[in-house]
Unconditional design. Structure first.
Length: 201
């Protein structure tokens, strides 16, 4: 079964930006009170570039999910950060040749969601399909990945240039995941002894 690689990123020094936005919006006194939380947000973003190859897939998925929630929080508390906090993400299919630099928070969120879909594709491919339970898990992961890639395709910010986030690439990713889910479903039906007329459908 096929699985997709994750997009790679680079570290970003968010702390000065977060302190500035907090001071402008809430004042220096309030900023000082939440400085520990701002430092935690900064450390959470810094950890993203170490995920690839160093932690398990489940842990990586949880980390990306927490940072996605953090992005939503930052947007709601500091609406002006959308264009002032810049990030760099590489093309998942050509990480050594193509990257998208100076991306705002909306692109950051889409890149994170793409990686969550890629992780589910890997989790699906890793399942032991020799058992019915393993096949069921593979189906769930592949279906989740397909839906995630479709969501990314429908919500990519305008001006995106990397090939992995093009409409055609994301349609391909989603279609492959659905095809693999259907293949696993067929395998499961064979193991469970369903009749040939049902399998033919």
């Amino acid at each position: 079964m096929l699985a997709f690689e994750l997009k790679e990123t680079e570290r970003v020094d968010l702390l000065p930006h977060l302190r500035t936005f907090c001071t402008k919006g809430y004042g220096q006194e309030q900023t000082a009170k939440v400085d520990g939380s701002l430092a935690w947000l900064h450390a959470m973003r810094q950890s993203l570039d170490t995920i690839r190859g160093y932690v398990g897939l489940e842990q990586a998925k949880d980390t990306y999910g927490r940072w996605l929630n953090c992005c939503q929080l930052i947007e709601s508390r500091f609406p002006n950060t959308k264009q002032h906090m810049m990030f760099t993400w590489k093309d998942a299919f050509r990480p050594k040749t193509t990257s998208k630099r100076d991306c705002g928070l909306p692109y950051e969120k889409i890149a994170i969601i793409f990686n969550i879909g890629a992780i589910h594709s890997k989790l699906g491919a890793q399942q032991d399909r020799g058992s019915v339970d393993g096949t069921k898990k593979a189906i769930r992961h592949f279906c989740f990945a397909a839906g995630t890639f479709n969501f990314v395709r429908e919500n990519v910010p305008s001006g995106t240039t990397t090939g992995d986030l093009s409409e055609y690439s994301l349609k391909m990713c989603s279609a492959i995941m659905l095809a693999q889910a259907q293949s696993c479903f067929y395998e499961k039906a064979v193991k469970e002894g369903h009749n040939r007329s049902l399998l033919a459908k």
